[in-house]
Design a protein around this ligand. Structure first.
Ligand SMILES: Nc1nc(=O)c2c([nH]1)NC[C@@H]1CN(c3ccc(C(=O)N[C@@H](CCC(=O)O)C(=O)O)cc3)CN21
Ligand SMILES: O=c1ccn([C@H]2C[C@H](O)[C@@H](COP(=O)(O)O)O2)c(=O)[nH]1
Length: 296
């Protein structure tokens, strides 16, 4: 069987060859396809792309941050994860008129509590909706805890899902959720998960989304005494930014190598008690990193 990474590489190829040219919110421009799907059998390996190095250390931190319910970039910065800085930074520069550098902005968020509260928060993004969805009656809903309970007590339920797409809260979010809905399925002692992603930056964001989706399935399966099944990824507007085409062409010259394995070294009492040190990726031997600028 062909290496599963060819699903991703063939998507890059099709985007370059057949994507519809579009003007997008960022002004960069994209080539886009609508309605794409990929499937990875997690028992056969961890889907961390090998045709370029993916910074999985940062991706693991991001997933733990979502699960913690936090929406400030401060805990990310404390772990040297800088992928979310651009949005609050642009907001601060615009509103304050101060031409602050990214480094200085990040340093202030880290040391100054008042500054961090005012400028370092992304609004009611992923973590808030996943863990603290506010009901109309003021009741707070923990969608992830409910999911864990559901998988354990009613594994054939067709309602094992959670979503970040809280319509009423969208205007207050720095960015509306991209990987917006997750659904789960238990069969033959295996847990599978499906991600619906309304908008996918195929070169930069998507490899992280696959890594983090796979990590979440592993964690849920670990907690619910199941083994891992498939990660199914579905994308709505799946795009390649025009300034990423040379990087995509470079990546397409490379041959996939075997996927690594994820080792979870400890079983904590709950899904929310995992620490970064509990995870190890073994056997990862990727091609070199390919640098690309993120569209803000
Ligand atoms: N245009 C865009 N693409 C995204 O993927 C994206 C957004 N915006 N906005 C919100 C988050 C932030 N995410 C990001 C942002 C940056 C990188 C990025 O630049 N990754 C580089 C290296 C990062 C580094 O040097 O630490 C990579 O090669 O993966 C990845 C995901 C995913 N999301
Ligand atoms: O996890 C993520 C988060 C974001 N993205 C990408 C997808 C788009 O390129 C932008 C978001 O812009 P919108 O105009 O809100 O669609 O970020 C991603 O791929 N993965």
């Amino acid at each position: 069987m062909a290496h599963p990474e060819y699903q991703y590489l063939s998507l890059l190829r099709r985007l370059i060859d057949h994507g519809a040219a579009r003007v997008d919110r960022t002004g960069v421009g994209t080539k886009a396809l609508f309605g794409e799907q990929m499937r990875f059998d997690l028992s056969a390996g961890f889907p961390l792309l090998t045709t370029k190095k993916i910074f999985h250390r940062q991706a693991i931190h991001e997933m733990l941050w979502f699960l913690s319910g936090d929406t400030s970039i401060r805990p990310l910065l404390a772990n040297k994860v800088r992928i979310w800085t651009d949005w609050p930074l642009a907001n601060y520069r615009k509103k304050s008129g101060e031409d602050i550098s990214q480094e200085d902005f990040e340093a202030r968020v880290l040391v100054d509590d008042t500054f961090a509260a005012q400028w370092g928060d992304l609004g009611p993004v992923y973590g808030k909706q996943w863990r603290r969805w506010q009901g109309p009656d003021g009741k707070v809903i923990d969608q992830i805890q409910d999911l864990v309970d559901g998988i354990r007590t009613n594994p054939t339920s067709r309602r094992l899902l959670f979503t970040g797409w809280n319509v009423a809260d969208l205007p207050d979010m720095a960015l509306p959720p991209c990987h917006m809905t997750y659904q789960f399925f238990v069969a033959d002692g295996k847990l599978s998960g499906l991600i619906f992603q309304r908008s996918a930056d195929t070169l930069l964001g998507l490899p992280w989304n696959l890594c983090e989706g796979a990590l979440l399935i592993h964690m849920l399966a670990h907690q619910c005494d199941l083994s891992v099944g498939d990660l199914v990824w579905q994308g709505g507007d799946v795009h390649l930014y025009l300034n990423h085409i040379p990087q995509a062409e470079e990546q397409l010259t490379r041959e996939p190598r075997p996927f690594p394995q994820l080792v979870i070294k400890r079983k904590p009492d709950s899904l929310f008690d995992y620490r970064f040190e509990d995870f190890e990726i073994t056997g990862y031997d990727p091609h070199p990193h390919i640098k690309a600028d993120v569209a803000v």
